[in-house]
Design a protein around this ligand. Sequence first.
Ligand code: ME8
Length: 638
Amino acid sequence: MTEKKFYITTPIYYVNDVPHIGHAYTTIAADVAARFKRLEGYDVFFLTGTDEHGQKVQQAAHDLKVTPQQHVDKLHQRFKELWVKLNISNSDFIRTTEERHKVLVCDILQNLYDKDEIYRDSYEGWYCTPCERFWTEKDLQEGNCPECKRKVEKIEEHNYFFRMGKYQEWLVEKIKSDPHFILPASRRNEVLGFLEKPLEDLCISRPKSRLPWGIPLPFDKDYVTYVWFDALINYISIHGSLDDIKASGFWPADHNMVGKDILTTHAVYWSTMLKAIGLEPPKNIFAHGWWTVNGQKMSKSLHNVVEPNQLADQFGVDVIRYFLLREVPFGLDGDFSHKALIGRLNSDLANNLGNLLNRTVNMMKKYFDGAVPTPGNKEEEDIGLENKAREVIEEVRTLLEELSFNKILQKIWELVDITNQYIDKTGPWNLAKTDEGKERLKTVMYNAAESLRVLGVLLFPFMPKSCESLMLQLGVSNTIEEQGMASVEKWGNLSPGTQTQKARQLFPRIEDKQAAKILAELETKSKKEDEDKISIDDFMKVDLRTGKILEAEKVKKSKKLIQLKIDIGTEKRQILAGIAESYEPEDLIGRTVIIVANLKPAKLMGIESQGMVLAASNGEKILLAGFDSEPGKGIQVR
Ligand code: ME8
């Protein structure tokens, strides 16, 4: 086995999220780095997976009336399937509910507890359930969670704490002395800024009574592990026990790749956890930027989530892989638009690269019956092309160390452009006219094809399927992995006599008319979604009021209906409600409910209903909407 090892990871994604281009972005970027390193002859381990514990999973499973395990067993597939579709070459897929992960989490917890790195203490704080986080009084904004702005609860409980604070000085020193540790540099400064305040110990447990869905603490079964403490360990649990990890040669990781949203948990929690465990921090934590869509944050409520499956079906997997890494410098924020994607597809991929391949293969057929000729003496233009290729290869290698994917692609496109110019300048169509020219034509066509082979190798990590097709058209039978980066170090690895194949468009252009149609369809879709929304004026038309139930009786011959008499302050109304399977009539009397008071009367089972009572159904039971305390009757609800 090779001595050179390379280990790269993505975050493990929350299993209950619908995968979108943000998740795809990180995973594609990690895939490109992994594929490059494989071409360089490294033994590569590339890890991704899903984060499956925590409150949100428990809540979602409860709502669906399945166990949390059943829920995550189903949901994690969406990520697995997407990675297959996007041609992601991960070595493994870790799920935090797997035994192999839980074993190491427990070992580490016990080990740190035995070493007094974890202690028990009482804790009082403001807890935000949706964010699963405690906040101090001063963190709160107008009494609410500073992150999601929702209501928080004051909770006092005993918990377990990791002595994170004691590693503060070590961490600051590590970040300052190792400029490669946190990248890009702007993010490093952000972490140093965070570390200017005293670093507190980290609460790593949650009482089981409040949150049962997690890994139980091995030394106190009344608690489960805080999701972040559990999740971060995935990067090492994949390699087995602590001894296995050390022996694997895959730790420290070369890159823990994350989005900027989770840099602190990685730079601070993860690095100090590793220090306490007795392992090195990763060689690099790279925090890339954030994608918005047409200037807006992606969110389900805005209906603007860009779905990678759909995008790949519409434009092709490699186009998406290329676009995401070409459009924005890795580390900065970017804005996604279909228009920009179509623009890049047409200009960079179809016109520049696709056309270069197409005309080269067609001319090879025309002038040499498809057989790559033996090149003759080199002239200045040939040497210029070779030198350019060498320069590009060297730069690509350097740029990869800092994961500068968009600069790598820009650099590779310099070779695409120079090769196109080389063909234009040498003019094979003129050379073919004379005997002397025909000799020169051999060199020109050989060089054009060799340059394309180099491009195929360099671009393979970004667009694997298209580059395989490119090689096939050039007639090269070795796979790109077999050829490797070693095959482009010296010019001239393409064997003369290689039989090129029929030319095929690598990237069909999207013509203006078709592009306009696609963009118009997207616009109509988003307009329709906007139209489906109601304005505040529409909402104000609904007269919602409180009412007190005076009488209630089951409607004869109906399983569901109860006939109610409700006092709404100004008058008494007869209203039918489909709640008989969840409520007994006698329990309803005296209760305050919310009703729609300006609904047109309707007849149900021959009885007139003069309004509607608001209720929610969770599939199991119907629950009447109500209030924490008695508001009185006839009050407007807004
Ligand atoms: O944070 N732009 O999981 P998560 C760019 N489970 N990248 C984006 C993005 C966007 N709009 N949206 C998401 C978690 N990402 C934890 C991680 S790791 C031990 C635990 C990417 O599902 C980006 O990589 O919220 C970000 O860091 C990650 O998805 C967050 O995924």
